[in-house]
Write a protein that binds this ligand. Structure first.
Ligand SMILES: *Cc1c(COP(=O)(O)O)cnc(C)c1O
Length: 467
């Protein structure tokens, strides 16, 4: 059916605009509003049916009504209603989240969804999306412990941990650990580790939000073992160490190594909690000052907390690793139920841990020679310049550590059109250039990136010149 036939049918149907069930208003037959296609005809139109395959009937109906309203209000002609609806349906994307090529060189980019999942993890999510045996033993038909696979994968990847628990994110892991271990008692924390993690969220506020009290020790730049020892008492629920993942204090500083803190904590019967942030399970030679779970547990932490979607390279999750008895205590707390991980997270996390090197670690370990070769080739194909450009770990840890690399420098005017292209390309914008860093762009997307630059140039050429 063509647009014409929709308009024709609408006219034949003689639907009164705005009052489908009421009597026909006395209007001249010339009233253009009579030519507005009726809802039923639009909803049955093959092009609309095709373009709306991934959308709910309610969403499509709302878009149809909105286009009809615009025609009734005279903003568009009745003949434009069909096209208006089709344009609003777009490419039928089921979510407003658009895929992005991250050409910033920032590996764990908070605004771009942090860690991209590996191909294996994406497949696991797909498999788990339907009914799945997340809490069911298929062999016996009995109920089983939720997320046993992810738990086993965590223990295998970090043998220093007797047990593991997965929750919704790192902040939830911190909330659960401090709430369950301290209750209304005290959480001992150094003043050098009072962190704001972003968007105004402060970890000390999170800890005290459930009734635990903070017992601050030391100063911003220096905290000593005696400060912790003096704080330990009958009210102490736990001692907390938080990795300062997004800033560094330099100069006249001192902090207590975890291994030194473990003895006094054990002596006082107080659990030692280490929030390592990044999710490194083992030391990473490229980030020597980034703490990891295995080392923290060997140093005597009773429980280690981390995010799943920073340097671990998996889905958003909070990971708790540690002594079986402490993990069991956390798992029993009512809050554990409120922050438990969903089946998609558990599937993606297990696949990340058992699968090939995830994209985040691949980007971190990118071979500089190969990156230069690839960047030079793309610079030539896009008419850009090859320049040295440091990548960054980003929000995941290793704050400030430069990752030497390369970028393609293009006209700064291209940044805007690149962002609104499909796929969207997010570059680093400098006053004099738009920089494309390929570190976090999958190699098989190089042709897509070139097409995006060409598309952005074409759009720039038709756009108004900048003022
Ligand atoms: C990122 C971070 C958190 C918060 O983790 P989310 O997964 O973002 O909730 C907590 N502590 C530290 C040290 C972090 O780096």
């Amino acid at each position: 059916m063509t647009q014409d036939s929709v308009s024709r049918r609408a006219t034949e149907d003689r639907e009164a605009p705005g009052s489908p069930a009421g009597p026909l208003p006395r209007r001249s037959t010339e009233d253009p509003r009579r030519r507005i296609p009726r809802t039923d005809s639009l909803l049955a139109h093959p092009e609309i049916v095709r373009a709306s395959a991934t959308m709910s009937a309610r969403v499509v109906r709302d878009l149809v009504r909105a286009a009809q309203d615009r025609a009734r209000g005279g903003q568009i002609a009745p003949e434009q209603v069909l096209d208006e609806v089709l344009a609003a349906l777009g490419d039928g994307a089921a979510s407003s989240l658009r895929p992005v090529l991250n050409a910033t060189g920032v590996i764990v980019h908070t605004n771009l969804g942090r860690a991209p999942l590996s191909g294996t993890a994406r497949e696991a999510v797909q498999d788990a999306a339907g009914y799945t045996d997340v809490e069911f033993d298929l062999a016996t038909g009995a109920r089983s412990r939720r997320g046993a696979g992810a738990r086993a994968a965590l223990r295998a990847a970090c043998p220093e941990a007797e047990d593991a628990l997965v929750v919704t994110n790192g902040a939830a892991a911190l909330l659960l650990a401090t709430t369950a271990l301290a209750g209304a008692g005290e959480v001992v924390l150094s003043r050098g580790e009072m962190i704001e993690i972003g968007a105004g969220f402060r970890l000390p506020d999170l800890i005290t939000s459930t009734g635990a009290r903070l017992h601050e020790v030391g100063t911003t730049n220096r905290t000593h073992l005696a400060d912790y020892e003096n704080a330990l008492g009958p009210d102490t629920g736990c001692v907390l160490r938080i990795h300062t993942s997004n800033y560094r204090v330099i100069g006249f500083t001192s902090e207590v190594p975890l291994a030194e803190l473990a003895g006094p904590c054990r002596g006082a019967g107080v659990p030692l909690v280490a929030d390592v942030g990044s999710g490194l399970l083992a030391p990473e030679p490229l980030l020597p000052s980034e703490p990891d779970a295995a080392t923290a547990l060997r140093d005597g932490a009773d429980v280690v907390l981390a995010s799943g979607d920073k340097l671990l390279g998996g889905p958003q999750a909070g990971i708790l690793l540690g002594r079986a008895e402490v993990i069991a205590r956390l798992a029993r707390h009512p809050l554990a139920r409120a922050v438990r991980a969903d089946k998609l997270t558990l599937a993606a996390l297990e696949a990340t841990l058992t699968g090939p090197t995830p994209p985040v670690l691949a980007a971190l370990r990118t071979d500089a020679g190969r990156l230069r070769e690839r960047t030079a080739a793309l610079a030539e194909r896009t008419g850009g310049r090859l320049i040295a450009h440091d990548g960054r770990v980003g929000g995941g840890g290793g704050a400030e550590v430069p990752l030497p690399g390369w970028a393609i420098a293009l006209d700064p005017e291209l940044a805007g059109p690149l962002r609104i292209g499909s796929p969207a390309v997010v570059a680093t914008v400098r006053e004099d250039a738009c920089l494309l860093d390929l570190r976090c762009v999958p190699e098989d997307q190089d042709d897509v990136l070139i097409a995006a630059v060409e598309g952005a140039r074409a759009q720039g050429a038709t756009a108004e010149p900048p003022r």
